[in-house]
Design a protein around this ligand. Structure first.
Ligand SMILES: [Ca+2]
Ligand SMILES: [Ca+2]
Ligand SMILES: [Ca+2]
Length: 570
């Protein structure tokens, strides 16, 4: 029989707990499924990590039980419905381009070292916020205090001394015997994180861009866990102890008061407690963060902080707990929800792989030139076709010239004149790969004189970096940077002629010089002078015979920049 408690103090006294032990046991309350964690010892912290993970110490843990999942909304709902506990009605839950920060004129509110930004606290609650979407997701927008109140209620209802885990217990259980940097391995194994955890993955990057115009700096974890936001609990592989979602999904409140290091930390499973504790520890990262290492300590949010990224799971002393019928029923319903979710996810198309091996060939017919592209067949089931992009000069934006091309070859039958660049993108109906490497027609080009030769349209270079200048005119701002290197140009002069040559170069004020070579012979060395910035340097006269000439720019300096060379007949 369910015992209805109308009001309850959030911090229950031991006396009340003792009274409830026999009187209030009930079979109706959902008690979270628990997993037995064996006793043992482990090295907590990371000697090569940040200060707050040091010093590493050996910690002894007695056998205990830990929640198999993060506590869900469905479970938490029982507590709120039964007790009318005054749940927080504001929460940091609304994301935008700056994620959970918003502009603020009060510098006192600055967050995360960002001037003029504060946490976006808006009205929102555990049962009504902008992220939660399913009762089998972990409950969030609760804060540490309401988590404790739920636990006190559950204790009273069940007679079992449920509690929050200590930080030491949590790290021990999360590691489940592993000693690697991450519970699943090392940084090099990061593509595996998506099997076990909901983190800021490639899918999250895509969803964040769509929903919030936000992202993860284009560098999410290199895999797809198919959750853009929070997920229902237990969807990923459990760890060796049978725990789900310790890494990722939502961060988890610990019992411990946050202290900046482990100097005086206990060597057993006891939580750190301080008088007037203001900050509690959070562990395990979330869907919104890049993967946390096994020793990474998070959050230390104010104890009264209420946010959408923080949840919790329960601990219980002992090594065995008989699941109640409502617990079994809850898990059955959860499994149904997981199955449904899994079916949805199976339909999600994966990210196509980036195309490799792109090659360009020119085929000249008397009337016109064709450009043919070829690339590798990666046997990628997520790739349905390829979009083809072309830019008509080095710094023209690229335009899509063909969509969803099947196969591994494409011929551009209408190439424009000039230095074309091609790149391709593997696509399916939902998403696309990053752009492939670029191929260009710019090289192996012969320039007709008189005329302007763009430095970036070289025939050969030992190490030219192509870039665009913001201070040169638009449309003529492509240049190359040479560092102790060379770029060569094939030119054709229509007569034997003397030319005035103008070099458009950048003067960085450090007397950078460059050499102008003709057919393997040094013609002259030039050094820009005067004000810092782009300038035109003139070589008054150089003789070029009819036909092909090989010209070259060489420099011994670093980051020497040249935009173009202009040849005018004298
Ligand atoms: Ca994710
Ligand atoms: Ca978690
Ligand atoms: Ca140029």
């Amino acid at each position: 029989m369910k015992v209805i408690i109308k009001t309850i103090t959030p911090f229950i006294t031991p006396l009340l707990f003792t009274m409830s032990f026999t009187a209030m046991a009930t079979n109706n309350v959902i008690e979270p499924p628990m997993v037995a964690i064996p006793s043992g010892s482990f090295l907590m912290g990371n000697e090569s990590g940040p200060l707050n993970e040091k010093p590493v110490r050996q910690v002894q843990i007695n056998a205990f039980m830990l929640g198999k999942y993060e506590v869900t909304i469905a479970e938490f709902k029982q507590f709120v419905d039964t007790t009318n506990y005054p749940m927080p009605q504001t929460c940091v839950h609304e994301a935008g381009p700056n994620w959970f920060l918003r502009p603020s004129s009060d510098s006192k509110n600055n967050q995360q070292g960002r001037a003029g930004m504060e946490l976006a606290v808006t009205s929102g609650s555990w049962d009504n916020n902008s992220i939660s979407n399913n009762e089998f997701e972990p409950v969030v927008c609760i804060g540490w205090n309401a988590a404790k109140a739920y636990i006190a209620w559950l204790k009273q209802e069940t007679g079992k001394p449920y509690r929050l885990p200590s930080e030491a217990e949590w790290e021990y259980a999360h590691r489940a015997g592993s000693t690697s940097t991450y519970a699943f391995g090392e940084r090099a194994d990061m593509d595996k994180v998506c099997h076990s955890s909901n983190v800021a993955d490639k899918y999250a990057e895509e969803v964040a861009a769509k929903l919030f115009k936000a992202g993860y700096g284009g560098r999410p974890e290199p895999c797809n866990d198919k959750s853009g936001l929070v997920s229902i609990v237990g969807l990923y592989q459990p760890n060796a102890f049978g725990l789900y979602d310790t890494l990722g999904n939502v961060e988890e409140w610990m019992q411990d008061c946050y202290v900046d290091d482990y100097v005086n930390a206990p060597v057993n499973a006891q939580p750190v407690e301080l008088a007037n504790c203001k900050q509690r520890v959070l562990r395990g990262g979330s869907w919104h963060y890049l993967t946390y290492s096994a020793s990474q300590r998070a959050g230390r949010e104010q104890q009264d902080f209420v946010g959408v990224l923080e949840g919790f799971r329960l601990a219980l002393d002992g090594d065995k707990v008989e699941p109640t019928s409502s617990t079994l029923d809850f898990e059955k319903q959860l499994h149904n929800a997981q199955k449904k979710q899994q079916q949805k996810r199976n339909k999600l198309l994966d990210f196509p792989q980036k195309a490799t091996g792109l090659k360009l060939t020119k085929s000249n017919t008397p009337s016109r030139q064709y450009i043919t592209l070829n690339w590798d067949n990666l046997n990628d089931i997520a790739t349905f076709g390829y979009d083809i992009y072309r830019s008509n000069s080095y710094f023209d934006n690229s335009h899509k010239i063909a969509s969803n091309v099947k196969g591994f070859e494409f011929t551009d039958v209408k190439p424009t004149n000039g230095h074309l660049r091609y790149s391709i993108v593997a696509v399916n109906a939902e998403r696309q790969s990053p752009f492939s490497d670029i191929v260009t027609t710019g090289r192996h080009e012969t320039h007709s004189l008189p005329g302007k030769v763009q430095a970036e349209a070289f025939h050969y270079s030992s190490n030219a970096v192509i870039a665009a200048s913001i201070s040169e005119p638009k449309g003529d701002n492509g240049y190359i940077r040479l560092s102790g290197s060379e770029s060569q140009y094939k030119v054709t002069s229509n007569t034997d002629a003397a030319y005035k040559v103008t070099f458009r170069v950048f003067n960085n004020g450090q007397n950078q010089s460059f050499e102008f070579w003709q057919e393997g012979k040094l013609v002259t060395t030039l050094t820009p002078t005067g004000n810092r910035g782009w300038q035109s340097l003139i070589l008054p006269e150089v003789y070029l015979p009819t036909g092909k000439n090989l010209l070259s720019i060489k420099t011994k300096d670093n980051n020497f920049s040249i935009n173009w060379l202009q040849f005018e007949k004298i």
